[in-house]
Structure formats: structure tokens, C-alpha cells
Ligand binder design. Structure first.
Ligand code: PMV
Length: 312
């Protein structure tokens, strides 16, 4: 067990293509966003004090031994301890995060990842990304019910991924780095609720919804080729097409559409909502020379925050 503080960080993420369809077995593409992150620090505490988890950003102080089973932070600690067959350590685990909550940037998965990695390191057993991803998936189920697993995978690997549910993760080789703007509506995007709504709609009209998911899967497959060969020009129109399908799926909103339109009109090569939808973020593909102009326009169109990131 470490006697000096141990720290681990995990990035945010965005889904570039294939959200929702990925729940139904279609491929999707996601990338880490290192401009925002969750950090967990573990400090040794006096013998007999047990484990305390402090997340002051969300006003939580959890005494591990008395935490409800479904508390996601305590559950992440429990999953890690069980996996390592380790006893509860005497320690304080402090969580901090700059990732907006409930906005499609993977805040929950990033917090669980940072916590799991820091605790495992503190116990002297650093974990591999595949192990972390598996543990965090269990916690994602508490957050989201039936997650596809894309968030925990991209965040644990910290690399662009081509993800198909239930299949081994495939890393994406980015042929030519490209720039994205991520603009936040400032409205929450409650993943579980929206995924449930899509499921009920599909139950009523399976053929229609499956056709939409098939088209989204085809777009993700084509986008993969474009990303790997560095054909950035092709990506923009594919994002636009994906957004139209997400509108048809019923998960966009007037504010998301407005931000997407603003990005396109001010020079973005393409734009779409990212994540579960209804609120949360849009992403826009931009040439570096236009990034500032598009970002300014997005802020004027009431984006709560705009993040610029380079995918490589
Ligand atoms: O957590 P979010 O908002 O990025 O949404 C996850 C993406 C979905 O495809 C809608 C759900 C899932 O589990 O993949």
C-alpha cells in the first residue's frame, strides 16, 4: 500500500458517430477529450479509519463501510477491491472533475475510471485498460441501465476507438489529425431516460428504427475509412447525415439544431449532436483557420461552453 498520495486522471470523451445505434449492435466511433478530466487522489489515513470518498464538487463525503450499495462512487471502490481480492484500505480518496455532468462528455465513466485506477495503484496493483474498462462498465450500468460500453472503453483506453458492442475493442489510427469544437447547450442530457424512450419507440415500430440504426452503422463504417486515410473532407458531410438521422430518431432539440446550423453557416465542415441528445453537446468539424470564428458564433448562439480539441 502506498504511503505517499497516489493520483490517476481520466479524460472526457465524445461520440463522433453512431450513438444510440451502438446500443443495437451497430458500430460507433468515439474519441477521448483531454481538455477536461476527472482526477482521483488516494492518501493514506490513520489505521482503523477505513476508506472515505470525498467528492466536494458534488458535495459528497462517503464513508465506504456505510455507503448504499448503489452509490456509484462506493460501487466503483467495491468493484475494484473485489477484483483485487483486497480489504478496505485506511485511506481518503478525493475526486475532482472538470467534465460537465450529464452532457454527453462521459463524466460518470471518467470519474469511475480515475477512482478505479487510483485505488488499484494505491493498493500496489496498477490495472490494464481492459481491466479498468470492465470494472467501470459495471458502474455504468448503475448510471445508465443498459449502456453499450462505449464510454468506459474509450475513456479507459484514452485512444480513438471503433466500437461494436460485445466485440473486442478496435483502436482507430487517425491518418490526419483534425480539429473538433464541442459546444455545450448547458441543458442536461439524461442518457437513461432518452435511451429508454428510444427503446419504447423501437418496440412499437421495429422495422423503421432498425433501418435508421443500419444507416447510422453504415455511416460509422464509412467514417472509419475516412479517418484512417486522413480524408477529412468526407467526414463533415457524414456528420451532417448522422445528425439528420438523429433528428428522425427524435433525440435532437431546437437548441441542438440551432448550434449545429450555426456551426455549419460559419464555416464548419460538418456538425451533429453527440451523445444521448435532447441536451448535452454538439460537435463541429473545423479547419484550424476557422476554429475561432465558429467558436465565437457558437457562444453568441448561447453555447454555455465551447471546447476545442485535436483528434490524433
Ligand atoms: O453518455 P452519453 O450521453 O454519451 O450517451 C451514450 C451514448 C448512447 O449510445 C446513447 C448510449 C450507450 O450506452 O451507448
Amino acid at each position: 500500500m502506498a504511503s505517499t498520495p497516489v493520483r490517476s486522471s481520466a479524460p472526457g470523451k465524445v461520440i463522433l458517430f453512431g450513438e444510440h445505434a451502438v446500443v443495437y449492435g451497430q458500430p460507433a466511433i468515439a474519441v477521448p477529450v483531454t481538455q477536461v478530466k476527472a482526477t482521483a487522489t488516494v492518501d493514506a489515513a490513520p489505521a482503523g479509519s477505513g476508506l472515505t470518498i470525498v467528492a466536494s464538487d458534488i458535495g459528497e463525503r462517503i464513508v465506504f463501510a456505510r455507503a448504499p450499495k448503489k452509490d456509484p462512487l462506493a460501487a466503483a471502490a467495491q468493484a475494484t477491491l473485489s477484483y483485487l481480492s483486497a480489504r478496505e484500505p485506511d485511506a481518503t480518496l478525493t475526486i475532482k472533475s472538470t467534465i460537465p455532468i450529464s452532457s454527453g462528455l462521459g463524466s460518470g465513466a471518467a470519474v469511475s475510471t480515475a477512482l478505479t485506477c487510483a485505488l488499484a495503484k494505491f493498493l500496489g496493483h496498477p490495472l490494464e485498460p481492459a481491466e479498468v474498462s470492465k470494472l467501470v462498465y459495471k458502474i455504468e450500468k448503475i448510471h445508465h441501465g443498459t449502456p453499450s460500453g462505449i464510454d468506459n472503453t474509450v475513456i479507459a483506453y484514452e485512444k480513438p476507438i471503433y466500437f461494436t458492442r460485445g466485440e473486442p475493442v478496435e483502436r482507430l489510427n487517425v491518418g490526419e489529425p483534425f480539429t473538433l469544437l464541442i459546444a455545450d447547450t448547458g441543458k442536461p442530457s439524461p442518457t437513461k431516460k432518452i435511451v429508454d424512450r428510444v427503446r419504447r419507440a423501437r418496440e412499437r415500430e421495429a422495422a423503421h428504427y432498425d433501418a435508421l440504426f443500419d444507416q447510422m452503422g453504415d455511416i460509422a463504417a464509412e467514417a472509419r475509412g475516412a479517418i484512417e486515410s486522413g480524408d477529412i473532407e468526407t467526414l463533415g458531410p457524414l456528420m451532417d447525415e448522422n445528425h439528420e438521422l438523429l433528428i428522425e430518431l427524435g433525440v435532437s432539440s431546437s437548441l441542438l439544431d440551432e448550434l449545429v446550423e450555426t456551426a455549419r453557416l460559419t464555416g464548419a465542415l460538418g456538425a451533429k449532436l453527440s451523445g444521448a441528445g435532447q441536451g448535452g453537446n454538439i460537435i463541429a468539424l473545423v479547419e484550424d483557420d476557422f476554429a475561432e470564428e465558429v467558436a465565437e458564433a457558437l457562444k453568441e448562439a448561447e453555447a454555455a461552453q465551447v471546447i476545442q480539441t485535436k483528434v490524433r
